[in-house]
Write a protein that binds this ligand. Structure first.
Ligand SMILES: NC(=O)c1ccc[n+]([C@@H]2O[C@H](COP(=O)([O-])OP(=O)(O)OC[C@H]3O[C@@H](n4cnc5c(N)ncnc54)[C@H](O)[C@@H]3O)[C@@H](O)[C@H]2O)c1
Length: 440
């Protein structure tokens, strides 16, 4: 049985602050407003469209998740953000090229009202990007202070009661944590001393958590994934989650790989390659940014397939991931997978996937769900890494003593059982013994 958790009411407005107002963010904002105007259902959003079984199968209780969880109402969401380019959300969405001109025209008036604040940006972390709309200050600590002032202003101007921050900015160069990230004191000293190992996204994460705002990382780089920032989240009793939204090819991998493993089919090789021509693709054309993405994408198969437990099936798996920047395609990515599998008596088979994907269409509902669920977690008093939100990430953050859960279906069970737990409902094991008399 779950425990009925005391959850504060979702009173007033929820501010969703987003560093990076590119393809994902503008697709999210345009979609949110279209849903509010009744133009489209919230396709792809679990919180808005999915139902959850409560109690026994014979009880017939299957409400919409949004009808049982005390989530913020979509009409109470206010969006703000930062970018290194000053374009308003309409111009940025037009450049991103994800939505049709007709779709943008339906919400142009709203998109025009959302203008990014000046970014905290350091080109060392995103080599392929350069923009004029950036903050200038002596130290990183001063820049954090400026972000804090932005947040305060946003709060007052919009009459916002609660906030969450979700990183949808470009992928930064690959980096591992070092001494400056080891604890909060060292990190704060590093901000004052302009330590070169503090990236821009870490400054946003720090400022959010310092100001009692839950922080979510949609990109594969470190950002909130550092001991100093976990310490700050715990200290301020804030939920934090990441990293790298689960979309496109990796979503397919985490749908298919658990199926192969469930049927004890072996895999010799999995080759994934893509072409894409948007700004994200251009940023990932830099080997250092690509390394962050590659690490995130490669980790998935190992944890799902457990080659140490099933060496006969997966020990020799050759896994390769390629991303190729190809401008003519814009946001219309194409991803190919070739999977070499084997079965009974070692006979080999092949599976080919050609996914004509629109990543931002898959990412936008994730932004919505994460904003709502992180705000819920905050109101429910949940703090630290929110592993139950792994469902939404390619590289889920996890406690140091456990491996991350990548299997989409286990992640969904975990997500829904956490929802049941919060509402004091029975957890579902799928055992079902009560319906049969096996041992009579
Ligand atoms: N598209 C997807 O489905 C998907 C899936 C998983 C992860 N992601 C990640 O989400 C992020 C956004 O993807 P996108 O397709 O929208 O990319 P995008 O290039 O269209 O948008 C990123 C925006 O971030 C801005 N930016 C970069 N550094 C910034 C900073 N320090 N402060 C403020 N703004 C900054 C850029 O100017 C750009 O407008 C990327 O890191 C990407 O890897 C995207």
């Amino acid at each position: 049985m779950g425990k009925k958790v005391e959850i504060k009411e979702a009173k007033g407005k929820l501010g969703v602050l987003i560093p990076g107002m590119g393809a994902v963010t503008t697709t999210f904002i345009a979609g949110l407003e279209s849903i509010r105007r009744g133009i489209y259902p919230a396709y792809g959003s679990v919180t808005q469209m999915q139902r959850i079984r409560l109690g026994k199968r014979t009880d017939g209780r299957n409400p919409l998740i949004k009808d049982i969880l005390p989530l913020a109402d979509l009409k109470d969401i206010v969006v703000g953000g930062w970018d290194v380019f000053p374009d308003d959300a309409y111009e940025a969405a037009k450049k991103a090229g994800v939505l049709t001109p007709e779709q943008l025209a339906q919400v142009e008036d709203y998109l025009r009202t959302i203008k990014p604040m000046k970014a905290v940006f350091d080109k060392r972390f995103v080599k392929k990007l350069d923009g004029p709309h950036v903050k200038k200050a002596e130290t990183l600590a001063d820049k954090a202070k400026m972000l804090e002032e932005d947040i305060e202003r946003f709060k007052t101007e919009n009459g916002v009661d609660r906030l969450v921050m979700i990183w949808c900015g470009s992928t930064e160069a690959y980096m591992e944590t070092s001494d400056v990230h080891a604890n909060l004191d060292k990190f704060e000293a590093g901000l004052k001393a302009n330590d070169p190992a503090i990236s821009s996204s870490m400054i946003y994460a720090y400022t959010a958590l310092k100001n009692n705002i839950p922080y979510v990382n949609g990109a594969p780089h470190l950002s909130n994934d550092a001991p100093a920032l976990f310490q700050l989240a715990k200290q301020n009793k804030l939920p934090t989650a990441g990293k790298d939204f689960k979309t496109g090819q990796t979503l397919m991998k985490t749908i298919l790989a658990p199926g192969f493993k469930a049927r004890m089919l072996g895999i010799d090789g999995w080759f994934s390659t893509n072409i894409l021509g948007n700004r994200d693709g251009e940023v990932l054309d830099d080997p250092e940014s690509f390394k962050s993405k590659e690490v995130s994408k490669l980790s998935v198969l190992d944890t799902i397939l457990q080659p140490n437990t099933y060496p006969e099936l997966y020990d020799n798996l050759y896994h390769k991931v390629r991303i190729n920047y190809y401008p003519p395609r814009g946001d219309n990515k194409e991803g190919w997978d070739n999977i070499d599998i084997f079965g009974w008596m070692g006979r080999k088979m092949q599976i080919k996937i050609d996914f004509l994907c629109r990543d931002s269409i898959l990412a936008a509902p994730i932004v919505l769900d994460l904003a709502l669920l992180t705000d819920l977690a905050h109101r429910a008093g949940m703090s630290g890494i929110q592993e139950w939100l792994s469902f939404y990430f390619k590289s889920p953050l996890h406690a140091p003593e456990v491996y991350p859960e990548h299997d989409l279906f286990i992640q969904l069970t975990k997500l829904k059982n956490t929802m049941r737990y919060l509402m004091g409902e029975e957890l579902i094991t799928h055992l079902g013994m009560e319906y049969y008399n096996y041992f009579d």
